[in-house]
Design a binder for this molecule. Sequence first.
Ligand SMILES: [Zn+2]
Length: 391
Amino acid sequence: MKHSSYRWVVGAIVGVVVALTATPRAEAGVYVVRGVELQLPDGWGQRVKGPVTLLAPTKHKGRAIEVISLATMPTATPEALKTLLGSAKLEITGAKEITREGTKLVAASGKVVTPKGEVAVDILALPVKDKAVLLLSFVGADQDPLIKKANIDIMLSARIPGPRMTTMYAAPTKAGLVGPPPAVVERISKLVTKLDGMLRMPRPLPVKFEQCGMINAFYKPAAHTITMCHELYDDFIVLFTGAGFERTKAEKMAEGAFMFTFFHEFGHALVGELELPITGRGEDAADEIATLVLAQSPTVGHAAALSGAAWFEISSKKAGRQNVFWDTHSFDAQRLVTVLCLLYGADKAKYTPLMKSQKIPDSRLAKCSRDYPLRVKAWKGMMEPYKRRVK
Ligand SMILES: [Zn+2]
């Protein structure tokens, strides 16, 4: 492709930022544009013109991003980029190579001075397969700095598409430690793949099944990992067999409680990775999102949430169990009711007998019903910008 193909691009900058009013308005979310994943705000439209896709808010003028297919990665110098874009008006003040998640990118910035005013330009080029894609952000210099920041955020969100959440399994080495059977790991791994297809994490988030030396599961914010300890699964088997369930039933419940725990840790990871504005206690939020996700699946999901609830119920009744008032978690009996209340909110008829058997008063049940759609709405709203949208 000759460089002159892009010659019109910069020449038309000022026209471009007003040109998208007719394109359909899109929902916020993660879109793949010319092989690059971009997180676009609500109300942006797209228009394809030859090797260029124009992205801009459909209702507001003064800003746009162009996504341009290139044959190869450009050289990180102002001269090379200027030649590539073929405009005498474009002034590139800085260009450099940067590394993002192990991939070398080219970033540059500059401006275009036109009779109508000055336009700030930011450039980012990414290798896509054996070719490249260049993003060009235009913001009128008279625009609010917040608008420029919004464009930069879109540029920063650019990634090569691919899974972010993956699973890793390391067999236990300690004598007597068994951990989750392969079928359980496989079922959770499939859910991880499904979640990854629905929601784009800002960076890789491995889910590790491994021996930890303790009974636990955790999300590590600094390492960006979720760890599911083999010891926790074995402890669930002990807990449920100890509570009188026969082996096969105890294994099913251990799987469910393990799955519930995975979604609880996933909840912590959502808050940490997506920097969700959670108020209240993080542990309650994690139980809440775990149950809300599981409540979407009436068979496997509900069974897992109920196993989580059974774990809290058994733990709450354990001899010598002390409720530590300063703990970050709610008391087990409260966690039990949180889970049940959300399940009741999701399916009142199905869970009425269970709630009655737990002696939960009608006044609380009414609140469970009222609260459920509000909880769903709150989480859905927070996730919207990170949803992978099919092009
Ligand atoms: Zn937690």
